[in-house]
Design a protein around this ligand. Structure first.
Ligand code: WT7
Length: 656
């Protein structure tokens, strides 16, 4: 076994559900020996069913798998109502604003707010079971309240990250056919107000006929426009609502929410999740991976606009009856000690963030953690992209005091919850390694035909058995669902779920994720489709062709790099640099408008042409190698014009 291995500190985990590797293997075997029976055991134990299910797993219409068919439940009931008898005065949500303002919602208060909001949606906006509600909100407790209110009445929510532009928001509203949009005037970031409502106004200017109303939560109090008959104040309407609302009984497989994510074509995919399977796994992974205990305070720094925020700020912690922290601000404001100050103040037990934040905090304040009492911490989590060993070491030593377990959790929007992760109480960890599949998850590294990839070699990261919290379909596009996830890899002749990631296993069976194998890049732990960014850049009138690739970035992990062919001249020559800068500015303005600031390019090269095969296919691998400064190993003789490669290399070298 490799020397660089870290063992859990058993004193930190006296009540662990999986206390050691023996228990882990036992549970893995239990699932192997009786897959459906073991899932059923957990479903019976964890979920408050209104009506028992008839079938654990229905594979008759694969890959449209069904879990717990016939069963009825309500996810808001599971997350709130059922805790009222034992935890009514326990903090459910602790909120800290950007400027340090604090608010605590107990389970009783949360239930009041959720019920009043649910009644408002029904009475004032006519929202019914199955209707879609788009949520474009900042990180405030009302966002969780609104999500749960939708769940309570069986409406399907689609949260759109607040950093997306009006265009991106519009696409998602139209695709979902949303009836109601819930937003806020804006919120605060780095001590200053920023706005959301004007973005909604702009999005609704065109093509959003399905939208009947906009409901606006007040957060920053800035002036906004009100459209008579369409726009309503949440804060006004909430006053007259009844705090009682019966949960809508939901069939296990009815959609709970949609969450749009990037794929390899321009159009984002509406990932559809279920009720029962989703909430079951959210709850189980909270217990296994975060060792959540009754008195714990759990903090996940993600935004609710991403799946991490859905599963590990809202649904997972609340289903467990835990206390979840919601933070409006950024980790570096007013200084790089903000997170550690909050850990000390709220006595956080589990802290969950992304490698990009860890790298930033390491760089900006390596000694900051030592100024605070971080002794409440037991588990440190990371998610979203591979974490590099130096960032891992700093997280382990400086933040975790070499006491805490680090869980490097590998999963995706589509998987609903963690797939591969250490169990903090059991798994000996290797830095920057996601380690082993969780019990119940058949994650395998295979070749396209299902043969296992040899140890030490890169293969396809597949999940070879359906699992309860898996994506059910792509909204409005079942064919794309099958094509995107169930057509690349087969095992025993049967299509299996392919994640889009490559992975490698070492001689001890540890799994390391090596990154995407498709045209998707991972910017600060967020998935960006290169096609989406290219489509935006092509809207510039002087752009003839463009290819976007990922470029290693010190903080973001990967940044966005664009090779642009212009219709008329300036190919970077000294006297035309000013012109280039103008074009770069214009292109970035278009990206900001079409997608949002998260997709801005970190670099751009104006090239005379792209390396294309004779059939016109762009050789992206060559472009990736060039931007990384790697030698070109690909055969360039099949290119239409092989001389273009050294030309592009020269131009890119000239940029740095
Ligand atoms: C992609 C999913 C899951 C919530 C955040 C992102 C990458 C995720 C890890 C990890 C290496 C990781 C994969 C995956 N990824 N976690 N621990 N180690 N890579 O969700 O936007 O759906 O992106 O993020 O490439 O496919 P997402």
């Amino acid at each position: 076994m490799s020397k660089d291995i870290y063992y859990p500190n058993p004193e930190l985990f006296p009540n662990a559900r999986i206390p050691d590797m023996d228990s882990y293997y036992k549970l893995v075997d239990e699932f192997k020996n009786d897959y459906e029976g073991t899932w059923a055991k957990f479903a019976d134990e964890k979920i408050d069913w209104f009506k028992p299910y008839e079938k654990v797993l229905d594979e008759s219409n694969a890959p449209f798998y069904k879990w717990f068919s016939g069963g009825e439940l309500n996810v808001a009931y599971q997350c709130v109502d059922r805790h009222l008898s034992s935890k009514k005065n326990k903090a459910a949500i602790i909120f800290e604003g950007d400027n340090g303002d604090q608010r605590v919602l107990t389970y009783r208060e949360l239930s009041y707010e959720v019920n009043k909001t649910a009644n408002m949606f029904k009475n004032n906006f006519g929202v019914k079971k199955g209707d879609r509600v788009v949520i474009y909100m900042p990180m405030i407790p009302e966002s969780a309240v609104v999500m749960l209110a939708c769940a309570k009445i069986g409406a399907i929510h689609s949260v759109v990250f607040g950093g997306f532009s009006a265009e991106a928001l519009r696409d998602r509203i139209i695709d979902a056919g949303a009836k109601l949009v819930v937003t806020a005037d804006g919120a605060f970031r780095k001590g200053k107000p920023y706005m959301l409502k004007p973005v909604v106004d702009k999005a609704l200017e065109e093509g959003c006929e399905s939208v009947e109303h906009v409901c606006i939560v007040e957060r920053n109090g800035e002036d906004i426009e009100w459209i008579e008959g369409r726009d309503y104040s949440y804060n006004e309407l909430i006053k007259s609502q009844s705090p009682k609302c019966e949960p809508e009984p939901m069939e296990a497989e009815e959609p709970l929410f949609l969450l749009y994510t990037s794929g390899s074509t321009g159009k984002p995919k509406g990932v559809q999740h279920s009720q029962a399977g989703y909430i079951l796994w959210a709850q189980m992974t909270m217990e296994w991976v975060f060792d959540i205990q009754d008195n714990d305070t759990f903090w996940c720094t993600a935004d609710i606009g991403w799946i991490t925020g859905h599963t590990y700020i809202v649904y997972g912690p609340l289903a467990c009856g835990a206390t979840t922290v919601m933070f409006e601000g950024v980790p570096t404001f007013p200084d790089a000690g903000r997170c550690w100050k909050m850990v000390e103040e709220y006595q956080i037990n589990q802290f969950y963030t992304a490698p990009t934040a860890i790298r930033l905090l390491h760089k900006m304040g390596a000694d900051e953690p030592s100024k605070y009492d971080l002794s409440s911490l037991r588990v440190l989590g990371t998610v979203g992209e591979p974490i590099d060993p130096p960032a891992w070491k700093w997280y382990y030593e400086a933040v975790g005091g070499s006491r805490c377990s680090i869980v490097d959790t590998y999963w995706q929007t589509e998987t609903g919850g963690h797939m591969i992760s250490p169990i903090p109480s059991a798994t000996p960890i290797k830095p920057a390694c996601a380690t082993f599949p969780l019990p119940g998850i058949e994650a395998e590294i295979i070749e396209e035909d299902g043969t296992p990839t040899p140890v030490g070699e890169k293969g396809f990261m597949c999940i070879t058995k359906p699992w309860p919290s898996m994506i059910r379909t792509i909204w409005n596009d079942p064919d794309r669902f099958v094509k995107s996830y169930f057509s690349d890899c087969k095992k025993d002749g049967k299509a299996v779920y392919f994640t889009g990631d490559g992975a490698m296993m070492d001689e001890d069976g540890y799994i390391t994720i090596t990154g995407r194998t498709d045209d998707v890049i991972n910017v600060s732990g967020h998935r960006m489709g290169t096609a989406e960014v290219e489509a935006a850049i092509k809207k510039h009138p002087n752009v003839a062709a463009v290819a976007v690739v990922g470029k290693p970035h010190e903080i973001k992990g990967e940044g966005i790099f664009a090779y642009v062919v212009l219709k008329s001249v300036p190919v970077s020559q000294k006297d035309e640099v000013a012109d280039d800068l103008e074009t770069i500015k214009e292109i970035n303005a278009i990206i900001k408008e079409e997608i949002g600031a998260i997709a801005l390019c970190d670099g751009m090269a104006f090239v005379p042409d792209l390396p294309k095969t004779r059939s016109g296919k762009i050789m992206r691998r060559i472009l990736r190698s060039i931007v990384k400064g790697e030698p070109i190993t690909q055969d360039t003789s099949t290119l239409e014009d092989p001389t273009i490669v050294p030309t592009i290399e020269e131009i890119v070298k000239g940029l740095y």
